[in-house]
Structures are given as C-alpha cells and as structure tokens.
Design a protein around this ligand. Structure first.
Ligand code: XIL
Length: 338
C-alpha cells in the first residue's frame, strides 16, 4: 500500500461502517437519461401518494411494474368476474406521471383465481374459464401496457420440467402455457407477451428447462415475444452468472427483460459485491443487440420500499437508500453506461 492509500484507509473504513446507508458522494444524472433501454421499477398504488417516492421515481425511471395490483389476488374477487379498480388506479397514476406500465402477471401458479379454483377437477369447464380469464385480463388493458408477464414462475427449480402441483397443470396439462399465450393474443393483438421466471442465473438446469419451454412455444407458433428473468440475487452471486444467463436467454433471438432485479445483502454468505453485480447486469444487457434489450426493472425504488425488508427484516437490496439517496449500486449503473 502506498502512503496516500494508507492515509486514506481510515476514511474508507469509516464509510464502510455506515454500509447500509451507502450514499454516493457525487451527483448522478437521472438514471433514465443515460440508459438505451427502458429502466423500470416496482410500484404500488399507495406509493404515488408519497411525494418523495414519486419525485425519485419520475426522475429516474421510465416505467413501473405493479408489485401487487396486477396479480389475480388484487383483481379476481372470490365471487368470480373481475374488479380492476385497484390496477386501474395504479395505471392512471403511472400514466399521469408519464411512466409507462409493464403488466405482471396473468397466469401464476401462486395465485389461481378463486373462480378457477372453484371448478378445479372439471377439465372442460376449467378450460373455458381459463380462456375467459386470460382474455378478460389481457383485453382490459389493450393499448396501455409495455408488455405482459403472461406466465410467471412455471418451471421447477430442480430442472426436471414444469412445476406440477397447481390447478393449471392438473386441469390443462403442460399445454396451459401455450394456451395462456394464445388467449392473451386473442384479446390483444400487439402488446409484447413474456414468459418470466426466477433463479435462472443461479440454477443452470432450470435455465435449460426454461429455454426448452420457450423454444417449444415458439416452435408451436405461440405468440411469445420476449423472455423475463427476475434476477433476485444474493450479493455474493459469482461473477459472470448474470452475463451467462442473459447470453443464453438471448440465444433464441427474443428481447430479454431483467424484470425484478434486487441484490440481497442478507442472503449473501461470501464477500458482498452489490455494485459489481449491478454493473455486470448492465454490461450484459448492453452486450445484446439493442432490439433485444427489453429493459431493466429494479424491484423497488428505495431500500425501505423493498419486499426484502418487510416484517422487520434488514436488507439494502436496491439502488437508492431509505432517504432516496443514490447508493454505490446506482453509481455502478451509471459507470457501466459511460
Ligand atoms: C412479491 C412482492 O414484492 C411482494 O410484495 C408480495 O408480497 C409477493 O410478491 N417473484 C415475482 C413477484 O414474480 O411478483 C414477487 O413479488 C417477487 C418474486
């Protein structure tokens, strides 16, 4: 270590001991002003009533993904039919703030609409109900979304194939995925339709199955137009994991959406490298041809907005700290684009 670095060391250490705050000293440009792909953020309706959140999001992001309002639990009431009032309010607030909206999610085995649960076991009725459900959701938002996660989290973690223990599989078999894409397209001729999943960067076997599923859909003529990789990762994720994942996903020629990025310090066991992970993600997206960059979405604006700190848990997984100051992860995004 030379003399200057030696003298600077205590300062650096002082900064590290406040690691959870981690604001960067220098001013950053509005993040969305420097990206050549849409930069998104997870949002919920009540956040638009927080002026600090709204200012931060409008300045830095191009679009939002509803964290909750566009899930079946929010718009498919127990009695059947739809109640789109919560998602409609959110879409209205976003568009009024000049943010576009990415839809998430139509078919997700975690949230089978109650009206479909009620006909579980009656395959023909289920098939008709499923078609109505998918067309109803996709049809409601024609022309107002940047894209839809049509099917979310369908692939099993162990790489054996699809998740099997859900009503969609039980009643329609593996073809439910193709049917979901077909029905969404019947209701909406143009909006990009995505297949989205998690841990693809960490589980290569799962990634292979995800790609096989996407390939089969394309071969069957299904209207699959882009691929989403959630990218909820621990801060000790090995170097190169995200790049390899994006390269593989892009090999089918479709645009790729990094759809829910967050970098968890709490889930890390080894040395933490949150800023490097953000930098690598941006580099990997930029390595794709421009038409294959569907976008990068961060799963929360400030650390305190993240799902990873709910219930009193401690973490600091996103680009801005609790006070809305950019962290080293935000600086890494800027640096990667310089
Ligand atoms: C999470 C939300 O962030 C939470 O607020 C909610 O309680 C549960 O869902 N994969 C997904 C997202 O596709 O919808 C999940 O979002 C996070 C994991």
């Amino acid at each position: 270590m030379n003399r200057r670095r030696l003298l600077a060391a205590p300062l650096v250490l002082a900064a590290c001991s406040r690691a959870t705050a981690d604001p960067v000293a220098t001013e950053l440009p509005p993040l969305k002003s420097i990206t050549s792909f849409p930069l998104g953020v997870a949002a919920s309706g009540d956040q638009f009533t927080d002026p600090a959140w709204a200012r931060l999001v409008r300045a830095n992001f191009d679009r939002i993904t509803p964290e909750w309002e566009m899930k079946a639990e929010a718009f498919a009431p127990a009695g059947g039919g739809f109640d789109f009032s919560a998602p409609d309010r959110l879409v209205g607030a976003a568009l009024a703030a000049r943010l576009s909206v990415f839809g998430h999610t139509i078919v997700w085995q975690e949230q089978v609409p109650p009206a479909l649960q009620a006909i579980d076991g009656d395959r023909r009725t289920f098939a008709a109900g499923f078609a109505n459900y998918v067309r109803g959701v996709a049809g409601h938002y024609v022309g107002s979304l940047d894209g839809w996660d049509v099917v979310n989290e369908a692939v099993a973690d162990d790489g054996s194939g699809l998740k099997t223990r859900n009503a969609f599989m039980a009643n329609l078999g593996p073809d439910y995925i193709r049917l979901a894409f077909e029905h969404a397209r019947e209701a909406d001729a143009r909006t990009p339709l995505l297949l989205n999943d998690y841990n693809l960067e960490q589980l290569p076997e799962k990634r292979r199955q995800f790609l096989r599923l996407a390939e089969n859909l394309l071969r069957a003529g299904a209207p699959l137009t882009a691929l989403g990789t959630q990218t909820h990762v621990p801060a000790d994720l090995p170097r190169g994991a995200i790049a390899a994942c994006l390269r593989d996903l892009a090999s089918l020629g479709l645009p790729v959406h990094v759809s829910e990025l967050d970098v968890s310090l709490a889930r890390a066991r080894g040395p933490e490298r949150p800023a490097a992970i953000v930098g690598e993600t941006v580099d990997a997206l930029m390595a794709l041809p421009e038409r294959q960059r569907f976008g990068l979405t961060i799963w929360g604006a400030r650390d305190r907005d993240s799902w990873l700190v709910r219930g009193g848990r401690r973490d600091a997984p996103v680009l801005f700290d609790d006070a809305g100051r950019p962290k080293s992860m935000a600086a890494a995004l800027v640096e990667a684009l310089r």
